[in-house]
Design a protein around this ligand. Structure first.
Ligand code: NAD
Length: 477
């Protein structure tokens, strides 16, 4: 279904994110017929270039990162026709009049701030000074949204000086994943799950986001950030919120976000013994974090594992185990809802510990399955086996179209004016209010991260975090 006509300006339109995600994503939406006839994309960045040069740059980016087999030359040409370029320095005065001249009346105006957060204030101010943004315009901002509570508050105040909250779209691309939305459909669209979704039936919940990449070229940025700020404060907490929130009364942006906010506010402080920081060390599979980050004395964590609790009626005494790390044995992100053991088995000789586990996989293969116990087929008597029940149903639904990737979906949501899958300012602040004391505690104690080998499942202490509770992490594969 095509969205309404729009002018989308990408500040930082020549940057890595624009070339890898935003522009190839827009091309895929174009191929899917979702971009209306007269919609336009305007790249804006510091370098001087003509429309033709910009189109050539995007052509190359689509060839490299397009990720679709359907593209063909003539469609790419038609897409590139929609692209324009304006040289603008966010902190200067050049280029703004040209941009103002390009913008059309009567179409949606969206501005993607794909630049560092230090430029958000300058961009917001100039958009207003030059009369380019109006009350119906939208701005999209990227992570990182601050590096602590104070800086996030400052950033929110800067944006609020020029835009209302309903105009601000804070991206967390994890929320744009198909499976994350399917999780809400499964939870709130079936009678089967919600009655079990509490401390009576759920033993614990695990969230793992394991990456195989290291800090690569981002070393100097990452070294000041670390896994807690880069992954936990945003992505893992967003997933935690969707799993743990109360059913919203309607599926609407503010109602959903109100419920997520309540989860963050109910998170208890994490004690030092409930959290493990790690840093990857050289192995036969690659160099150490310190070499990658070019900081031989770095104490920055590239891994975090923690146990947390949500202090409310539904989740009393149910632990949530979170872990994320770089340079781990496999690229794998999963939420696992592990239900309680049967109290009693009626099947003689069956000593296995059968458990229902709902597994929500975010990557590499998005999908959802429910582990159930059934009789092993055949004449062997009453022998039980655990099998996964596929809840993605791609075949049943005839999902011949490739699911749009997270960025594509989220950009289209911006044009539609749907903020459900974007973080609200108060959510981000609440998340920082919870993470700040953890990080400040490490700093005050000069905490030294535990080493783990490149290609492993993280430090041994992280395994112990669950073992001492008589539980174990799901395998990373
Ligand atoms: P980048 O350095 O590759 O690109 C930055 C872009 O901003 C370039 O187009 C540059 O010309 C432009 N720019 C810089 N200073 C400017 C100025 N004064 N005026 C106008 N334009 C200016 O950065 P990136 O990797 O594309 O990241 C952009 C933003 O997105 C950052 O906030 C980053 O944290 C965030 N982000 C990036 C990724 C990613 O995968 N690259 C992922 C998540 C978030």
């Amino acid at each position: 279904i095509p969205v309404e006509c729009f002018d989308l300006v990408i500040f930082g339109g020549t940057g890595d994110l624009a070339r890898r995600k935003i522009l190839p994503g827009l091309f895929r939406r174009f191929l899917a017929g979702q971009m209306p006839e007269n919609a336009r994309v305007i790249g804006a960045a510091r370098s001087e270039m003509e429309d033709a040069d910009y189109r050539q740059m995007v052509r190359e980016a689509v060839a490299e990162f397009g990720g679709t087999e359907k593209e063909n030359g003539s469609q790419l040409d038609a897409f590139l026709e929609r692209l324009h370029y304006v040289a603008i320095d966010a902190t200067g005065d050049g280029g703004w009049d040209k941009l103002a001249g390009l913008m059309r009346d009567g179409v949606i105006r969206a501005f993607y701030f794909s630049v560092g957060p230090s430029l958000f204030g300058a961009l917001a101010e100039r958009l207003h000074q030059h009369g380019i943004a109006d009350a119906a315009s939208r701005i999209v901002v990227e992570k990182p949204f601050g590096h602590d509570l104070a800086s996030a508050q400052e950033l929110n105040a800067t944006l609020a000086a020029h835009f209302d909250e309903h105009q601000i779209y804070r991206i967390d691309h994890y929320l744009g994943k198909e499976t994350v939305q399917n999780l809400m459909a499964v939870r709130f669209g079936n009678v089967l799950f919600e009655p079990l979704w509490n401390s009576h039936y759920i033993d614990h919940i695990q969230i793992t986001v394991a990456e195989t990449v290291g800090v690569g070229g981002r070393g100097s940025y990452y070294d000041k950030s670390g896994a807690m700020r880069d992954m936990v404060q945003n992505h893992l907490m967003q997933l935690l919120c969707l799993i743990a929130m109360e059913p919203p009364s309607i599926y609407d942006a503010d109602t959903v976000r109100d419920e997520k906010l309540k989860v963050i506010r109910a998170l208890q402080p994490v004690e030092p013994h409930q959290i493990v920081r790690g840093q990857y060390d050289a192995s036969s599979e690659g160099p150490s974090y310190r070499e990658d980050a070019e900081n031989p004395r770095s104490f920055t964590e590239s891994f975090v594992a923690m146990k947390c609790h949500i202090a409310n009626w539904r989740w009393a005494k149910v632990p949530f185990y979170l872990r994320t790390g770089k340079r781990m044995k496999a690229r794998s992100s999963e939420i696992a809802v592990v239900f309680k053991d049967l109290g009693h088995t009626i099947f003689e000789g069956d000593t296995a510990r059968h458990r229902n586990i709902l597994s929500i996989r975010l990557q590499p293969n998005e999908g959802m399955d429910l582990q159930v116990t059934i009789k092993e087929p055949g004449p062997g008597g009453m022998r039980l086996v655990d099998v996964p029940l596929d809840m993605t149903f791609a075949d049943a639904l005839g999902a011949d179209q490739e699911a749009p990737d997270a960025y594509e979906r989220l950009i289209m949501d911006v044009i539609r004016g749907n903020q459900t899958l974007f973080m609200r300012g108060d959510e981000v602040e609440a998340a920082w209010a919870w993470t700040d004391p953890i990080i400040k505690g490490w700093e005050a104690r000069n905490d030294v991260p535990k080493l783990y080998e490149v290609g492993s499942a993280g430090p041994d202490d992280a395994l112990m975090l669950m073992h001492r509770d008589g539980r174990r992490w799901r395998e990373i594969k």
